[in-house]
Design a protein around this ligand. Structure first.
Ligand code: AMP
Length: 216
């Protein structure tokens, strides 16, 4: 399946994308993860991306589109992919259509994970992530015994710099101004399905499987 997951920051795109990629046996492509690993590696791309990410703004389209184009042209994407965090602007969506058309293919479906701003703000301020394996947790749902340690790889969890409150406010503004119009864009193309994001990850997953017509 060739799928895009849309949704505000903190809607749970990453968590659902990891699960779907495993279920469907296709690569999970997260532009946010690509930028973060470049920031960690101190690359030129990382330095450039950090300037925008720290402000809650979008990395310029010409940079982001090139990265995604290269990734989609790799062999493992032939059988499908889950795009998480891309596209985020109409210009990116139009380029994605063109990239796929050049490859003689097209998106099967676009999944919008709908969650309101109040829930998002709470989620992001309590989110803690593993800097090693990218696993994501919430302070309210972490086991007492876990003590801020990643259950997958044992690394100490951290707060993403862009999950701090001032940046979250800007990220939400950016989402509403630049990314939300994509819902109408894909609806008009008949590609959109909507799943309501729930408090529990498992409940969101049930909803996602239902709208995508997948067996649990
Ligand atoms: P995410 O992990 O998807 O929330 O992305 C973190 C940050 O990376 C975003 O707030 C943006 O600054 C940047 N970013 C990720 N994907 C894109 C994209 N498709 N276009 C522009 N900037 C992006």
């Amino acid at each position: 399946m060739k799928l895009v997951i849309l949704g505000a920051p903190g809607a749970g795109k990453g968590t659902q994308a990891v699960n779907l990629a495993e279920k469907l046996q296709v690569p999970h492509i997260s532009t946010g993860d690509i930028f973060r690993s470049n920031i960690k590696g101190g690359t030129t791309l990382g330095k450039l991306a950090k300037e925008y990410i720290d402000k809650g703004a979008l990395v310029p389209d010409e940079v982001t589109i090139g990265i995604v184009k290269d990734r989609l042209q790799q062999d493992d994407c032939k059988k499908g992919f889950i795009l998480d965090g891309f596209p985020r602007t109409i210009a990116q969506a139009e380029c994605l259509d063109n990239i796929l058309a050049e490859m003689d293919t097209a998106l099967d479906c676009v999944l919008d994970l709908a969650v309101n701003d109040e829930v998002i703000t709470k989620r992001l301020s309590g989110r803690r992530v593993c800097p090693e394996c990218n696993a994501s947790y919430h302070v309210d749902y972490m086991e007492e015994t876990q003590k801020g340690i990643c259950l997958v790889c044992g690394t100490k969890l951290v707060q993403r710099e862009d999950d701090r409150e001032e940046t979250v406010i800007n990220r939400l503004k950016t989402y509403h101004n630049q990314t939300e119009p994509l819902i109408g864009y894909y609806k008009a193309k008949g590609k959109l399905v909507v799943a309501e994001g729930k408090i529990r990850i498992e409940d969101t997953k049930t909803e996602v499987y239902k709208v995508l017509g997948l067996e649990k």
